[in-house]
Write a protein that binds this ligand. Structure first.
Ligand SMILES: *Cc1c(COP(=O)(O)O)cnc(C)c1O
Length: 509
């Protein structure tokens, strides 16, 4: 942008936010605030007692002298600088940013759940163990996979647990010469990363022609270096895939994989499109993770904690990590490696993110089986509504209908010099969190939009209008403006590459 335009835009920004006042004014760190004579706490004199260790403080420790309202206001204002699902529509594809019902929060805060300790004797936490047992049963029912381990802390951790389970099964069955894992080129980066962490090499299956796996491409990958596919340990496939499309040939593909002696790991991040409708075991899955924080609506984004249980077939269940909750004559108990010697062992300390387990079970029980089915139907309906409304304005690489998210690209805007990045930044200016950009990697300039079932038609319509307006701006000869957005945020376009390569981790020297 020319210098004059920059000045004009800055002036425009001043109009929107005179002198950058209002809620969004710049403010210092608490440490930099002026020290007042009125601290919010009175420290007792005991602080000055000599310490036996000789480590007594040599001077002021420099804590800011602030009152409670100063501290509260600082953090509340800071919190408004973050966008969240409670602020507005969050179309981030693949992430299932749905509303988190407050009921879940209330239940998770019941003292009997919130204050239990993982080292308490089992007899004193029977209720908590029952929650985990019931959650295992719901997950087994919904996936058709009877072995459930709740311990993984997120989706990627679930992938590790699942692929380690497959590796363990191969190792104990004399199959550890299998060194290859197949994955489509549209797969989430955590899939190949996980396979590599488990000692496998990844063979890509190309999908960019149709956005889907084809039997032909799958066979070529399966038999590439061995006519029987005997060097393949398994495949990692997301279904529906990261283009928002259901894999139509998945049953035949899973059959061929099983005949070759491989296992089917399903990345379950997109389960919101299938929950209550399709049991992944029925299309051949051997093990999958579930992102409780996506499909079963426990808060996520901004650091978690998440929860990524895995569900395994009968055959693989004995190899998965410990512990699991079992029911016996005494009630509920944790089963550890002594009880299940073929298990790969414990993946982490204790029993997983218990608070997330409570929230997920509260969500499942308050929806019921019919409610969960409606969740996926409405999620798919909403995504198709957006796709149908935006198909004239943006390039749709793979014809719909889609599942719970829809894929667009910037191909129609490219000629005017407007890219996916510009469109995402314009969305920020209009008060939205951007969609997922430049993922999946199968095509240039992808935009993945996932509305989820919890958005009203009104909010979808407003989003659609905004997206149409951006497309108009791009082709109206006004595309220059699109390179400058966002104008009215405290920070505008950051040098993201520099931020990643040379992070400044200290506020001041
Ligand atoms: C979110 C996601 C993951 C990883 O899950 P986390 O809980 O973020 O670790 C893996 N695969 C896909 C397709 C996802 O969308």
């Amino acid at each position: 942008m020319s210098a004059e335009r920059q000045v004009a835009f800055d002036a425009e920004k001043e109009k929107v936010m005179p002198e950058n006042r209002g809620l969004h004014y710049e403010e210092n760190l608490l440490w930099e605030k002026e020290h007042s004579e009125h601290p919010g706490v009175d420290l007792p004199d005991a602080v000055g007692l000599p310490l036996r260790t000789g480590l007594a403080a040599r001077g002021e420790i420099g804590l800011p002298q602030l009152s409670e309202p100063q501290v509260v206001r600082h953090f509340v204002r800071m919190s408004t600088w973050n966008y969240s699902i409670d602020h507005g529509f969050f179309p981030l594809g693949s992430c299932t940013m749905k509303h988190n019902p407050r009921l879940n929060e209330k239940v998770a805060r019941f003292a009997g759940f919130a204050q239990v300790h993982p080292l308490q004797p089992e007899s004193s936490v029977q209720g908590a163990l029952r929650v985990q047992y019931e959650l295992q049963n719901w997950l087994a029912e919904l996936t058709g996979l009877p072995g459930v381990c709740l311990t993984p802390s997120a989706g990627a951790h679930g992938e590790l647990a699942g692929m380690m389970t497959i590796a363990r099964a191969h190792a104990l069955n004399g199959q550890d010469k299998r060194k290859i894992v197949l994955a489509p080129d549209s797969s989430h980066g955590t899939n190949p990363a996980t396979a590599v962490m488990c000692g496998y090499s990844v063979r890509n299956i190309p999908t960019k022609e149709t956005g889907r796996l084809t039997l032909e491409a799958f066979k070529a990958a399966l038999y590439e270096t061995d006519p029987e596919g005997a060097d393949v340990a398994g495949m990692m496939v997301t279904n529906p895939n990261t283009c928002g499309l259901f894999e139509r040939e998945i049953v035949e593909i899973a059959d061929l994989l099983h005949k070759a002696g491989g296992y089917f790991y399903c990345d379950g991040a997109n389960f919101n499109a299938l929950v209550g409708k399709v049991r992944p075991a029925d299309f051949g899955v051997d093990v999958m993770h579930i992102n409780l924080h996506k499909t079963f609506s426990t808060p996520h984004g901004g650091g978690g904690p998440g929860s990524g249980p895995i569900c395994c077939s009968e055959e693989l269940a004995k190899y998965m990590p410990v512990p699991t909750v079992v029911q016996n004559e005494q009630g509920y108990a944790l089963e550890w490696s002594e009880d299940r010697p073929e298990s790969l062992g414990a993946l982490k300390a204790y029993q997983g993110q218990f608070g997330m387990h409570v929230r997920a079970l509260a969500y499942m029980m308050s929806h019921g089986a019919d409610g969960l089915r409606q969740v996926s139907e409405d999620a798919v309906l909403n995504a198709n509504y957006i796709l149908s409304q935006l198909a004239g304005d943006y390039h749709v690489p793979f014809a719909g209908p889609c599942m719970h998210e829809c894929l667009l690209t910037d191909k129609k805007q490219k000629d005017a010099g407007v890219s996916t990045l510009d469109i995402a930044k314009a969305l920020i200016e209009h008060g939205y969190h951007p969609m997922t950009v430049y993922f999946p990697l199968v095509l240039p300039g992808t935009m993945l939009i996932e509305p989820t079932e919890t958005e009203s038609k009104d909010s979808l319509d407003r989003f659609i209008e905004t997206m149409k307006g951006i497309a108009r701006e791009a082709t109206d000869g006004e595309s220059e403006a699109l390179h400058a957005y966002p104008l009215s945020t405290p920070r505008r376009r950051l040098d993201e590459v520099k931020a990643a390569r040379q992070p400044v981790l200290k506020w001041a020297d």
